[in-house]
Design a protein around this ligand. Sequence first.
Ligand SMILES: Cc1cc2nc3c(=O)[nH]c(=O)nc-3n(C[C@H](O)[C@H](O)[C@H](O)COP(=O)(O)OP(=O)(O)OC[C@H]3O[C@@H](n4cnc5c(N)ncnc54)[C@H](O)[C@@H]3O)c2cc1C
Length: 415
Amino acid sequence: MDKNLSLLSKKVAIVGGGAAGLTAAITAAKNSYEVVIFEKSDRVGKKILASGNGRCNISNISLHVSDYSTQNPNFVDEVLKHFSFKDFKKFCNSLGLFLEIKEDGRVYPLSNEAKSVQLLLESAVLSLHVKILYKKYIGKIEKQNSKFILICKDNKEIYGDFDMLVVTTGSEAALQLGGSIEGYNIARSFKHEIISPYPSLVQLQLNSDFHSKMAGVKFNGEVTLYIDREKRNSISGDLLFTKYGISGFAILDISQEASLALKYYQHVQLSLNLLPKFDTNHLIAELTKLTCKLSNKSIQHLLIGLISSKIAPYILLTCKINPSTLCTDITTKDIKKIVYTLTQWRFDVSDTHGFKHAEVSGGGISTEYINPKNMQSKLVKNLYFAGEVLDVVGRRGGYNLHFAWASGFIAGGLH
Ligand SMILES: Cc1cc2nc3c(=O)[nH]c(=O)nc-3n(C[C@H](O)[C@H](O)[C@H](O)COP(=O)(O)OP(=O)(O)OC[C@H]3O[C@@H](n4cnc5c(N)ncnc54)[C@H](O)[C@@H]3O)c2cc1C
C-alpha cells in the first residue's frame, strides 16, 4: 500500500494551538496524518501575538544548551541538534515568513509584527486541512485499546478514536494569554513526573521600605544576584522600581536563577549599581571635590545631580545621613558610605511577581522519559509532548519560542 495512504488513516489529536501545537500540526499534516487541534480559547497562537511586545522575538541564530534551564540538558541538546536555526529558517520559508536577524543574534519577523507569524501559521494549518476545534478545553485523556479519548473539562464532550496524541498545552505562565496546568495533569495520569513549575522571566518583589516610594524610576544599571550570600550573576540593563519591587529587562534576565532559588527557600538578594559606568574611587574623588565646591548646599542637592531626585532621599536614609546636612559637614566616611550604597545597594527579594506576570515557566513535565528524537513518551506509545509544558525554559532572546518550534516540529514527524 502507498505509504501516504496508510498514514492517512492515522488520526492525530493535538491539545493546544500555540507555537508548539501549530508547528506540530503543520508538520504532521505535511506528513499526511489527519490532524485535529483542540484549542480551549477562541483563537490559536495568542501568546505568539503578545510575544516580544508584539514584535515576536521568534528565534536566535546562536542556540546552545546553556541558554536553557532544565534537569536534562542532554535532551535539549538533542532537540537543538534535530532542529537548528537553519531548520527553522527553512520552516519559515515554507510559510512565506521572512526574517530579520539583529546584530545581537535575535531574530524577528521582517514585518516586525507578531501578527504576521500568527496569521501565516494559522493559514498554513488551514490550507493543510487541519481541523481546529475552538473552545474545547480538554481536561482528561484516556487510552482505550490503543486509541486516545479526549474529554472536555466543562461540558464533558467526548472525542475519541485518535491513534496519536500530542500535548502542547503550554504552562501556567501568563494564563490570560493561553496555557494551562492541564498538560501536567494529563502527563501525571500517564505516570510522567512533573518537576514543580516556577515563574521565570518575571519581575521580582522586594522586601524593603523604599521601593514603592521610588516606583516609576527607571535607570540603566547593573544588578548582581546573591543566593545564600554567594555572588551568582551580574547583568546590566534597564531597571525599574515598581510598587511591588523591581522590573526591567535586567531583572527578567536574572529572574530565572532568582526564582529557582526562591523555590528552594534560599535567601535571595539583589545588589544594585546605579552608576555602573563609574569607577568607585573616581566617584569618591568626584564627590569629595563637589562637596568642597558646593559646601553651602545640602547633600541631597548634590546627589540629585547624579541620580533621580526620587531615589536620592532613600540613598541617604540607607546611609543614615540627614538629607539636609550641608556638604561642608559631610565627612570622607559619609562619602564612602554614599558611594557604596550607590554602587552596591542591597535589597532582599521576598518573591517573584507570580505566574500571571511571568513570560514563561520553569519546571514542567520531566523529559527523562521522553525521546528527543520524536518527542514520544517512553512510557506510553503514541503519546507526544512539545513546547513549554516540558521541563525546559530558555533565557530571553527568542530561546523559548525556538524550543516550542523545534519540539513541535520534531513531534509532528510522528512515526
Ligand atoms: C508576554 C510574553 C512575551 C513573550 N515573548 C517572547 C519572545 O519574544 N520570544 C520568545 O522566545 N518567547 C517569548 N515568550 C514565551 C513564548 O511565547 C512561549 O514560550 C511559547 O509561546 C510557548 O509555546 P507553547 O505552544 O508551548 O505554549 P502556548 O503558546 O502557551 O500554547 C498553549 C496553547 O494550548 C491551549 N491550551 C492549554 N490548555 C489546554 C487544554 N487543556 N485544552 C485545550 N487547549 C489548551 C492554550 O489556550 C494555548 O493556545 C513570551 C511569553 C509571554 C507571556
